[in-house]
Structures are given as structure tokens and as C-alpha cells.
Design a protein around this ligand. Structure first.
Ligand code: UD1
Length: 427
């Protein structure tokens, strides 16, 4: 298995192009199930998860064609067409590997009147149940049956019925499933306490381009007027705010300056204010945002929470950066119960981090030292790459497949701004 080898200590300077957002792509792809006409998605990131989602859709009868896949280009264009669905089953084998597969549930029931989807089970960062996804479909009239690790959802008389969905707490995925399902339901659906992540707005905009009637974008109440059918559309995936934030932390931890080309400032308010609070300079540029070191890093107190608050998907990268701050930081994780697996690895590189329940106390250190490290999820892996970029000596990050799930051409992008980083074979 591949590993990433980094010889750290070089400040990074230059421009990094920001790819299409993984989490937006993973909810835009299943929109293809909602219509028999072609859906063309532009600016799709080249990521293992996007490929896996494409394969899942192929199994359901969706044809996919890819253009713009020239090796010198970032992103690509995919046209998906579900003229006729050939299956409504999302099997265990795929769902197990990619939790976002649950996002076919809503669109399948909405279009085909039924779906059978494997339950995802636990994952490295916590239990992550799907009860809210199922309750949302029930509120739209679906009848559910759970057996042998699968949920079967059936819409009586073949069509979902609009209704009120009130989420007890915010869930990105459940909001996405509910929104997609409601577009083809009979009558009006109101989704209360909806997630407000920019990826939800991206999804709503794509659905509107396909003919859906949705109001309340960017708010926590979405109102959907169901339509008889949706049509094809062309839609460009939003830039990845988490990728942009991760590279901003690379500028911070190495004492450099990076322009995040294509980054959309308005989608990352708490990430940018966190960077500023850590003492970094954040400037608008004609093409995006520039983040630059400006003296010593300052310690922070941060708590993860649903958008627009600080994202859980940036917690590990900020933690890596704050290991070099001038003082003690306190990070609190409120979304996932087991999202500190990078802590022991960062400590092996010389960091001083102590986990106390849901919080982590990060005492800034003068130096990090390269080491072989291994992570168990995507953002944790990125925190190790960041630490490696600042550490003395060589860092080897194992289990690169986690990074390939969410960072398009990581080594190429970092090499281009001066990092000594390469991919090597063998684990
Ligand atoms: C999405 C993102 C992920 C991000 C997360 C939170 C994708 C593909 N993934 O994940 O990168 O970290 O949002 O911003 O977009 N929960 C339940 N029952 C449910 C659903 C969720 O209890 O039915 C819990 C989860 O375990 C978690 C919390 O709700 O504790 C929030 O999870 P959710 O917002 O649903 O995350 P995902 O959509 O899985």
C-alpha cells in the first residue's frame, strides 16, 4: 500500500487550486436518480469516493460518462443518466465502504417508489446511526422494514406524500436525503431544523436547476413544493471549503503564505475567523483567499458545531496547527464521539495534547519531529500531513487511501508550493 513521505520544515508559498467539494459531490451525484434526463456535473473532484459513488449508481442502472479527465486538469465533468432504473438495492459491500451511499435512499424511494439500502453500521469516528434519515422518510409516508442489516422503504401507491419533518438535532446527510425525497413527493414538505451547511445550499440549487421548487435556502427551514417530474440540468460543484481550510492550516503551520484559488470566502466564515484568531493574515484576492503567517501562532479555544459554527471536519487540521502555537489551546468536539484518533499520532511527533472527555488540551511546543504515523480517517490523516510539513526530519503517513478519499492530488498541489512530499509504494 502507498505511503506519503514528507521531509518537513519548509514554509509553503504560492497558489493552490481548490477542487470541487467532496461532500457536495456526494449529494449531487444521487440527484441523477431523480430524473430520466441527463444530469451533468462540472468541477467534480477526482476522488476515490466520487468513483465509488459512480459505481454504486451504475449498479442501479445509471449510465455515467466522464469528460475533461485530462491528466493535467483538476476536476472533471460527469454526465449521469438514469433513463430507467434497473435496481433499487444498495448492497452492504458498497455502503460499508462509503457511508454516504445512504444518500441514494431518498431519491430512490422518490423516483421508484421503493428502495432497499444496507445500514452502514459504525465507522472509525463514531456510531453514526441513520435513524434521522429513516424518520424523515417516514414523515413523508414511507413504510419501513428493517431486516438482515437492510432497510426497505416503500412509498404507498408508489409516491411519497409531503409532510413536516422536524429534526431533533442537525444532520447534514438526513437533511440531504429529506430534501431530495421531498422534491417528487405529492404536496408540500417542510423540513425544520435543517442543516445549513453550504453543501445543502449547493444541493438545493442543483435541484432547483432540475425543476424542483424549494424555498428557505441558507436557513434552517426548507419548504419544498413537490413536482410531478424533474428534468436534466448542468451544475458546477462548489469549491471545497474543507480542502481550502486544510491548506490554510498548511500555510499557518509552516509559516508560509498560500493563495487558495477558487475558495469561496462566504462558505467558510468560522474557518477564516479561526485562522485570524490564530494570528494568521486572511486577505481577499481576485481569485480567492490568501492566508499568510504573520508572527507566532496564537492559541485558541474552539468548539465544533453545525454550520455556520466551526466544522468538525476542520478540527484535526486546526489541532495540528495549534501544536505550534505560543500557548495552550482548548478544542471541543461536539459532533462525533470518537474524533481524536490523530492525538496519539501527533503526540508521537512531539506534540503535547491531552484528551479530557470531549475536549483536547493542546499545549504549544517548539518543535515537531518526523515519525512514521498512521491514521484511521480522512481529516485525521490530513492533520498528520500538516504536522509532517512542519516537523524536523522525515514523516511517513501510512494508509494513504484515507487521503485519496478526500484530497485531490494532494502531493502535486503541495509540491507546487514548495513542499518536499512524495508518494512511495509499499506499506
Ligand atoms: C456529513 C459529512 C461529514 C461531516 C458531517 C458533520 C458528508 C458526506 N459527510 O456527515 O464530512 O463531518 O456531515 O458536518 O457530507 N446522526 C444521528 N442519526 C442520524 C444521522 C446523524 O444520530 O440519522 C448523528 C451523527 O452520528 C453525528 C451527528 O448526527 O453525531 C451529525 O451527523 P451528520 O450531520 O448526519 O453527518 P453526516 O451527514 O454523516
Amino acid at each position: 500500500m502507498d505511503r506519503i513521505v514528507i521531509r518537513g520544515g519548509k514554509p509553503l508559498w504560492g497558489r493552490i487550486p481548490i477542487s470541487g467539494a467532496k461532500n457536495a459531490a456526494l449529494t449531487l451525484l444521487p440527484c441523477a436518480l431523480l430524473t430520466d434526463e441527463p444530469l451533468t456535473l462540472r468541477n467534480l473532484p477526482r476522488l476515490a469516493d466520487v468513483d465509488s459513488f459512480g459505481h454504486l449508481l451504475n449498479q442501479l442502472g445509471v449510465s455515467t460518462t466522464v469528460e475533461g479527465a485530462r491528466p493535467d486538469e483538476f476536476g472533471r465533468v460527469m454526465t449521469l443518466r438514469a433513463s430507467k432504473l434497473t435496481s433499487t438495492v444498495a448492497p452492504y459491500d458498497i455502503v460499508r465502504k462509503m457511508r454516504a451511499s445512504i444518500l441514494v435512499l431518498g431519491p430512490l424511494v422518490a423516483r421508484a417508489g421503493q428502495a432497499t439500502v444496507s445500514l452502514p453500521g459504525g465507522c472509525a469516528i463514531g456510531m453514526r446511526p441513520v435513524d434521522l434519515h429513516l424518520k424523515a422518510l417516514e414523515a413523508l409516508g414511507a413504510e419501513l422494514e428493517i431486516a438482515a442489516g437492510y432497510v426497505k422503504a416503500v412509498a404507498p401507491k408508489g409516491r411519497l406524500q409531503g409532510g413536516t419533518i422536524r429534526f431533533p438535532f442537525v444532520s447534514v446527510g438526513a437533511t440531504e436525503n429529506a430534501l431530495m425525497a421531498a422534491t417528487l413527493a405529492r404536496g408540500t414538505t417542510v423540513i425544520e431544523n435543517a442543516a445549513r451547511e453550504p453543501e445543502i445550499t449547493d444541493l438545493a440549487k442543483c435541484l432547483i436547476a432540475m425543476g424542483a421548487r424549494i424555498e428557505g435556502l441558507r436557513t434552517d427551514t426548507l419548504t419544498v413544493e413537490g413536482v410531478e417530474r424533474l428534468h436534466g440540468a448542468t451544475y458546477a460543484v462548489m469549491p471545497d471549503r474543507i480542502e481550502a481550510g486544510s491548506y490554510a492550516c498548511a500555510a499557518g503551520i509552516t509559516g508560509g503564505s498560500l493563495e487558495l484559488v477558487g475558495a469561496r470566502k462566504e462558505t467558510m466564515p468560522s474557518i477564516l475567523s479561526g485562522l485570524e484568531d490564530a494570528g494568521l493574515l486572511v486577505e481577499d484576492t481576485p481569485d480567492g483567499v490568501r492566508v499568510s503567517a504573520d508572527g507566532a501562532l496564537k492559541p485558541l479555544s474552539l468548539s465544533t458545531a453545525p454550520y455556520p459554527a466551526f466544522p468538525t471536519d476542520m478540527q484535526a487540521q486546526f489541532m495540528a496547527m495549534l501544536t505550534r502555537a505560543d500557548g495552550t489551546s482548548l478544542l471541543t468536539e461536539t459532533i462525533f464521539e470518537n474524533r481524536y484518533m490523530h492525538v496519539p499520532e501527533l503526540n508521537r511527533m512531539g506534540a503535547d495534547i491531552e484528551v479530557r472527555g470531549r475536549s483536547a488540551v493542546v499545549r504549544g511546543v517548539d518543535r515537531l519531529v518526523g515519525a512514521p504515523v498512521m491514521a484511521t480517517d480522512l481529516r485525521a490523516s490530513m492533520s498528520l500531513v500538516l504536522a509532517g510539513l512542519a516537523a524536523e526530519g522525515e514523516t511517513e503517513v501510512h494508509r494513504v487511501y484515507h487521503l485519496d478519499r478526500g484530497y485531490e492530488r494532494l502531493e502535486e498541489k503541495l509540491q507546487a508550493v514548495g513542499a518536499d512530499i512524495e508518494r512511495a509504494g509499499g506499506d
